[in-house]
Design a protein around this ligand. Structure first.
Ligand SMILES: [Zn+2]
Length: 470
């Protein structure tokens, strides 16, 4: 570190080779004639940094380096030494052989992979591979004499550090992976996992990736572009886990309601980063929404492209239904491309279905389903697929553009104030002129002005009307 006054190893090195020991941090417990001073203190012999506490001075010195363009702040990670072998049955075998003449010898390539036996007895005591009657007996790959297989297996971390590379070349029988495939598929765009894997596993996976990159097997630098740490599933307030015996079997839900309901419930119950409390009655609620979506589809007219609708000719309820449908579509782009708050998207679709249900225009119904089934397809694929096939020939699974005119509010709510005090609110068509708006306002506020004399009428467009009376 080259700070012999403040690092014990440097201090000892400097003493041994009679190098100068320059004090740059002073503290009342400092005794440089005996040892290095490694606590926080005040800087000395440091020009403009003199007098600053050493912990604060670090940031200031780094800033100066960055300003002068002679250095920059970096974060260094340290990977600890890591034992890869375990005395367990699970985990991949370590493909080495112990020979009394040759020592430890790697298994021949043509004999790979070394596979685990299917007939082990797991008693909870000792290493089941060691105890297996025949598995470990083999021939030495080098001299051909009787030898023993290595009975330790690799920690599962070894496999989880590179399994994503294998996914890119899943069918190759000869190689673990092919660089051409890795360079095409990697990095992983979105990684999803529990928080318990977020630190060590990611560090090991990055280490493997960088080592394989340096060895020329792959071209990517980083394995994962984005990480989402999902929340846990809770049941009656505690973590759902096999060891606690409080798991809910999804098969039972799928049996009773279908897979779409199970999916919808999970995505609707909570955003994925939050904990999810399992709730049987909410499962039923999700089923009812799907049921309703299915039943109301009788209002649709079959068509191969999205309906063309003259928005200006529609009633208030029809316009509102379209607005809700396109708001959901707008939201879906945000949710699927990064926010992953599927619960809010499902809520938007429910609102849109309610709004559709409050009007009778079949073109609006059809357009609404054209869009909603597109949005819901990743969430409830079976029902969405069935209805889309039946009514739209699946043409609604292409990207759909938001029709901006549906999102424009054509009415506005204005405050009506009398002598500066808010008395009423009116909702008026945006296209109305000043006189029309004032006349509606005066009618609505009649009881506040009928026995008074109007002195002044002020209309602030899009905001308020003020009537001054005496
Ligand atoms: Zn041998």
């Amino acid at each position: 570190m080259a700070v012999p006054a403040h690092d014990q190893r440097d201090y000892e090195f400097a003493h041994k080779y009679s190098l100068p020991i320059k004090e740059v941090i002073s503290g009342k417990d400092s005794n440089l004639s005996k040892e290095a001073f490694c606590e926080v203190g005040k800087l000395i012999n440091s020009n403009e940094f003199d007098g600053i506490r050493s912990d604060k001075a670090k940031d200031k010195i780094i800033s100066l380096f960055e300003l002068e363009n002679i250095g920059k702040k970096v974060i260094n990670y340290k990977l600890r030494d890591w034992g890869i072998s375990r005395q367990r049955y699970w985990g991949a075998p370590i493909p080495f052989v112990r020979c009394s003449s040759c020592g430890v010898v790697p298994e021949k390539i043509e004999n790979l992979p070394v596979e685990l036996p299917d007939d082990v007895e797991i008693t909870g005591e000792g290493n089941p591979l060691e105890k297996h009657p025949t598995w470990k007996k083999c021939k030495c790959p080098k001299c051909g004499k009787d030898a023993n297989r290595e009975c330790d297996t690799m920690d599962t971390f070894v496999q989880s550090s590179w399994y994503f590379l294998r996914y890119c070349t899943a069918n190759d029988k000869e190689k673990a992976f092919e660089r051409r495939d890795i360079d095409y598929w990697m990095s992983v765009d979105q990684y999803i996992g529990g928080i318990e894997h977020a630190i060590l596993h990611l560090l090991y996976a990055r280490f493997f990736t960088k080592a394989l990159r340096d060895l020329g097997y792959i071209g990517v630098d980083e394995p994962f572009a984005n990480l989402l740490t999902q929340g846990m599933v809770l049941k009656d307030g505690s973590k759902m886990s096999k060891s606690k015996g409080n798991t809910v079997d999804p098969d039972a839900i799928i049996q009773k309601y279908g897979a779409d309901t199970a999916r919808l419930f999970i995505l609707f119950a909570a955003p994925p980063v939050k904990e999810l409390e399992w709730n049987d009655s909410a499962v039923d609620g999700s089923f009812k929404f799907i049921r309703r979506l299915y039943d109301r589809s009788s209002n649709i007219q079959a068509q191969d492209s999205i309906a063309n609708i003259d928005h200006s000719s529609l009633s208030k309820e029809e316009k509102f239904a379209r607005k809700k449908v396109y708001e959901a579509l707008l939201k879906s782009k945000d949710v699927y491309e990064g926010s992953f708050t599927f619960n809010t998207l499902v809520a938007s679709c429910m609102e849109a279905l309610n709004a559709l249900n409050a009007q009778l225009n079949r073109a609006v119904w059809s357009e609404g389903y054209f869009v909603l089934l597109n949005i819901l397809e990743p969430i409830i694929p079976h029902v969405s697929w069935e209805l889309s096939e039946k009514y739209f020939n699946l043409k609604n699974f292409e990207p759909i553009e938001v029709k901006e005119e549906t999102l424009v509010e054509d009415t506005i709510i204005l405050a009506v104030t009398i002598n500066g005090k808010k008395r009423e609110e009116i909702e008026v068509d945006k296209s109305l002129d000043k006189d029309a708006v004032l006349s509606i306002a005066k009618e609505k506020a009649n009881k506040w002005i009928s026995d008074k004399t109007i002195i002044k009428e002020i209309y602030v467009p899009n905001r308020l009307i003020n009537i001054v009376v005496k």
